[in-house]
Design a protein. Structure first.
Length: 150
């Protein structure tokens, strides 16, 4: 009898900075952290790298065209969340930056996001999802790995 392997959920997050400002989006109508700010982000679909997933999500959510090769991993987080399904609690979050992209960010998912804009990186809104806030701080401080929620 084969034991079922432990599974972990992979996700990617884009830390996009332009002229001292960080791009954030406010979640809306999703059932998770609605009204809080996050980053352009998403889950891997399978059969794609973290960089490929991030380029796909950036295009889907914000109309930003990224070459996966220019994405730089700046932080990795092992996170414990508390969803309804106990088997879906652990996650690996990969935070990336890009120094170049095409297009101006637009909210292409108004059914999931009610605000997408640049914020002064030294004066971000208070209502940022806590693990996102930690990821941003770690990336800023050059901390490559952290844990959250354990």
């Amino acid at each position: 009898m084969t034991k079922e392997r432990f599974k972990i959920i992979p996700a990617c997050y884009l830390i996009l900075i332009k002229n001292g400002q960080t791009l954030l989006l406010r979640r809306y109508n999703t059932g998770y952290e609605d009204g809080s700010y996050s980053l352009v982000a998403g889950h891997l679909d399978g059969q794609e790298t973290f960089r490929q997933a991030m380029a796909r999500e950036a295009k889907e959510e914000a109309g930003i065209i990224l070459n996966p090769d220019v994405l730089k991993v700046v932080h990795v987080m092992h996170r414990l969340s508390i969803p309804d399904e106990p088997q879906l609690r652990e996650r690996i979050d990969v935070f990336m930056t890009a120094n170049e992209w095409a297009g101006e960010p637009l909210n292409l998912e108004p059914d999931k996001c009610d605000d997408l804009r640049w914020f002064n990186s030294d004066n971000l809104p208070e209502n940022i999802i806590p693990y996102i806030k930690q990821g941003l701080k770690c990336a800023q401080d050059g901390i490559f790995y952290s844990e959250f929620g354990f």
